[in-house]
Write a protein that binds this ligand. Structure first.
Ligand code: GLN
Length: 195
């Protein structure tokens, strides 16, 4: 599998930016909206956007259960920001009826870093990414409030966990797809190749 096929969940959010970043990181990238499309990919990215809307659309498109099943079965998956929220087994400050896919034994707090106008950028040291810190773009970003014993913490910002991995599932509070630096996407593509 030298060029893995990686889907980007295309219900809502910054899908196009991830498609570009994945292609530049040597994957074959394609949008995924339906269960049949999900069945064809070697890995999946859940983009940034608005997790409450994404949750609703995942139910409406009948893709929530298939997503849960494939992630549970070991599909390499990477979520950024709203995508991180979708990969949390439990969330805080979510909407009452908000569903997640789950996959990482963590509790994620939505909008933890504040409102839209408190969005910021910061250099983030990222375990497993060589070549110096990555530029973290945080937009109404969540943080990871707590993790279970099998979760590896890959990055923190001011004592808050902002990048984590459990098995084949990776999540960041911030948006590497919005910078020209695709090292985090390369890390994920390597995870998919190794899976
Ligand atoms: N605050 C958004 C949510 O709850 C996430 C923001 C983002 O993805 N940039 O889904």
């Amino acid at each position: 599998m030298s060029t893995p096929v990686i889907g980007v969940l295309a219900l809502q959010g910054d899908v196009r930016e991830h498609l570009v970043a994945l292609a530049e990181a040597d994957a074959q990238a394609r949008p995924v909206r339906r269960a049949e499309e999900l069945a064809e990919v070697d890995g999946l990215v859940i983009p940034g956007g608005e997790s409450t809307t994404m949750s609703k659309l995942a139910v409406a498109f009948g893709v929530l259960e298939p997503l849960r099943e494939r992630v549970r079965a070991g599909l390499p998956t990477y979520g950024t920001c709203a995508g991180m929220i979708m990969l949390a087994n439990k969330i805080l400050d979510g909407r009452e009826d908000q569903e997640t896919v789950g996959g990482i034994d963590m509790i994620v707090r939505r909008n933890a870093f504040g409102r839209q106008n408190e969005s910021f950028e910061a250099a983030v040291d990222f375990t497993g990414v060589d070549g110096g810190p990555v530029e973290g773009v945080f937009i109404r970003a969540p943080w990871v409030e707590s993790v279970g014993g099998d979760v590896e913490v890959l990055a923190t910002h001011e004592d808050h966990m902002v990048a984590v991995r459990q098995g084949q599932v990776l999540a960041t509070s911030f948006h590497p797809e919005l910078t020209g630096d695709h090292r985090v996407h390369r890390l994920f593509v390597d995870m998919v190749r190794g899976a």
